[in-house]
Design a protein around this ligand. Structure first.
Ligand code: KIV
Length: 293
């Protein structure tokens, strides 16, 4: 089975086929989303929030990302795996970006990397693309800059802010990004950007006019209850299923109804007999204890 390629993703836009992307952070979730037939898997730095329990993506390190991306790659054969460059891995300049993107490709085995920022990241994007590393851009709300933009807010709502976003998107396109994530962008603006760009847009909270969509695995499956973003649709409540299953297990352990013979292992009765005390030993023990006096 051959992997989806970045050119295949670009062709999907040209052919008007919607692109499906979802995050995954480990081997079992990667196998599940692959089996569901997604086109791309993002090993997002949302890892920090939905898996590692931080309150933002900022504490996530390259080593965290490589560890989880390796597991996702092992769980897939077909989907294009995109590694998300964490905070601090590219902001200091293209040399850092190159060193860390190479780790994603070489150590983790993914097919592309993603980094946040428009014009400010365009130089790094160009250098990576020139080195043969496919790059996905990410503009609109960029969670690694949450302290600068003052929270998880919709971006590009005023004419001036919308123009800035357009310039950012164009800078990424010109730098060679193969696709651009639009996060928390008003739907009409995202549709306009999608129309004007030759590369696919992948929306999250950016409306139906994008070329594709990305969702966070834990949000869409009810596995993360700290908060539920407006842009996330819950397709299942797996969290409730897990809670109910573990409660049933706890009750059965406590009342002795688990394990049953079905989950236990047998032993040859003769072998068990050999473990019993010999009759003479048993008699001597009874004498010693004064039980037969
Ligand atoms: O880290 C992530 O999961 C992301 C998506 C929200 C696009 O960047």
């Amino acid at each position: 089975m051959s992997r989806v390629t970045t050119t295949g993703i670009r062709d999907m836009k040209a052919n008007g086929r919607k692109i499906v992307m979802v995050t995954a952070y480990d081997y079992p979730s990667a196998r599940l989303v692959e089996a569901a037939g997604v086109d791309m898997i993002l090993v997002g730095d949302t890892l920090g929030m939905v898996v590692l329990g931080y309150d933002s993506t900022l504490p996530v390190t390259m080593d965290d990302m490589i560890h989880h991306t390796k597991a996702v790659v092992r769980g897939t054969e077909r989907a294009l795996v995109v590694g998300d460059m964490p905070f601090g891995s590219y902001q200091a300049g293209w040399q850092d970006a190159m060193k860390n993107a190479v780790r994603f490709m070489q150590e983790a085995g993914c097919g592309a990397v993603k980094l946040e920022g428009g014009r400010r990241s365009a130089d790094a994007v160009r250098k990576l693309v020139d080195a043969g590393i496919p790059v996905m851009g990410h503009i609109g709300l960029t969670p690694q800059s949450v302290n600068q933009v003052g929270g998880w807010k919709v971006q590009g709502k005023t004419p001036a802010a919308a123009v800035q976003l357009m310039h950012d998107a164009q800078a990424l396109e010109q730098a060679g990004a193969f696709a651009i994530v639009l996060e928390l962008v008003p739907a009409p603006l995202a549709a306009l950007l999608t129309e004007r760009l030759s590369v696919p847009t992948i929306g999250i909270g950016a409306g139906v006019g994008c070329d594709g969509q990305v969702q966070v695995f834990h949000d869409m499956l009810g596995l993360f209850d700290a908060f539920s973003p407006k842009h996330a649709k819950r397709y299942a409540d797996v969290g409730a299923t897990i809670r109910d299953a573990v409660s049933a297990y706890a009750a059965e352990v406590r009342d002795g109804s688990f394990p049953t013979a079905k989950e236990s292992f047998k032993m040859d009765p003769a072998a068990l007999e050999e473990l019993q005390p010999a009759p003479q030993q048993a008699i001597r023990r009874r004498h010693a204890l004064g039980l037969d006096a």
